[in-house]
Design a protein around this ligand. Structure first.
Ligand code: ATP
Ligand code: HMH
Length: 265
């Protein structure tokens, strides 16, 4: 059985963060493990507060995982402070995982901030270069590439710009934003466009976490990058389409639709 580790924040309502990551790994038949960076009191409508786990405990969690069960892939989500990023950087340098999918989480779907504004430079200089794939949404890509994105050409330009200073393939998620559901991957040589069905729904809490964990799961079973992204895109589209409609805001998706679609409850 392949193994995946998520290093991310905890969403107590279960739709995003480590909870979404672990559900996604499980739905792909991957053994999931988690290092919690921050405990977030959040729901589908708002972020109430969050508290970061200390650098020591983050590093010890990573040590505990790697000295015992070496993951085939690492997925990184919420890193909210410079201290957290430094701890994760040191852990990555110590254990040198071969596959690292980085979702540079800055905001929740409802717009609440999950990353301190002074941490962006550290994210760019210390964490991005240690990744094998970066998965920003439009607003995250705008901040990292320092440019405005209003169309697919801008997405391509930003993905290339991020590649130029990191040498890391980047997929920019169009999401529900200006470009609807077109995601653009630049792998250093070519652009790949992934378009999916545009689902008219507010149930998109944790779609970014789900998408990046699905890519990580597919990379863990050695799918080539383009196939890993295409299959992840299909997975997240299905999860959004069959969302259980929970909560008062942007509800969570259905991570296990394919597994349970024929089951009569
Ligand atoms: N309404 C939708 N219909 C179909 N696909 C969608 C929709 N919204 C998002 N997606 C897809 O979900 C994936 C995740 O993109 P999204 O832009 O939502 O990430 P995100 O903003 O990082 O999410 P979050 O921060 O809530 O975890 C992308 O492949 C995107 O195209
Ligand atoms: C813990 C956590 N990570 C990531 C996101 C982004 O979806 C969220 N809402 N919560």
């Amino acid at each position: 059985m392949k193994k995946a580790l998520t290093i991310a924040g905890s969403d107590c309502t279960g739709g995003a963060g480590i909870q979404a990551d672990l559900k996604t790994f499980s739905a792909h038949g991957i053994f999931g493990m988690s290092v919690i960076t921050s405990v977030v009191a959040e729901n589908t409508a708002r972020v109430i507060s969050y508290e970061n786990i200390s650098s020591n405990v983050i590093k010890q969690q990573v040590d505990a995982v790697f000295e015992d069960i070496i993951p085939d892939v690492v997925k990184i989500g919420m890193l909210s402070s410079i201290e957290t990023m430094t701890a994760v950087k040191e852990s990555l340098q110590k254990w040198a995982p071969t596959l690292v999918v980085l979702d540079p989480v800055m905001f929740a779907k409802n717009g609440n901030s999950l990353m301190a504004s002074d941490a962006i430079d550290t994210l760019i200089s210390e964490i991005l270069p240690l990744s094998t794939l970066i998965t920003p949404n439009i607003s995250e890509a705008e901040k990292i590439a320092e440019m405005k994105i209003t169309n697919v050409n801008d997405m391509k330009c930003a993905a290339k710009k991020i590649y130029q200073f990191t040498e890391v393939p980047t997929i920019i998620k169009g999401g529900y934003r200006i470009i609807k559901v077109t995601d653009i991957l630049f792998d250093g040589n070519n652009f790949y466009e992934f378009s999916g069905e545009n689902i008219d729904t507010k149930n998109t809490h944790g779609t970014g976490c789900t998408f990046s964990s699905a890519i990580a799961s597919n990379l863990a079973v050695e799918k080539p990058l383009e196939d890993a992204v295409r299959d992840a895109k299909n997975y997240v589209t299905t999860a959004i389409k069959h969302a259980p409609s929970l909560g008062k805001g942007n509800g969570p998706t259905h991570h296990f639709y394919e597994l349970y679609k024929n089951r009569i409850f």
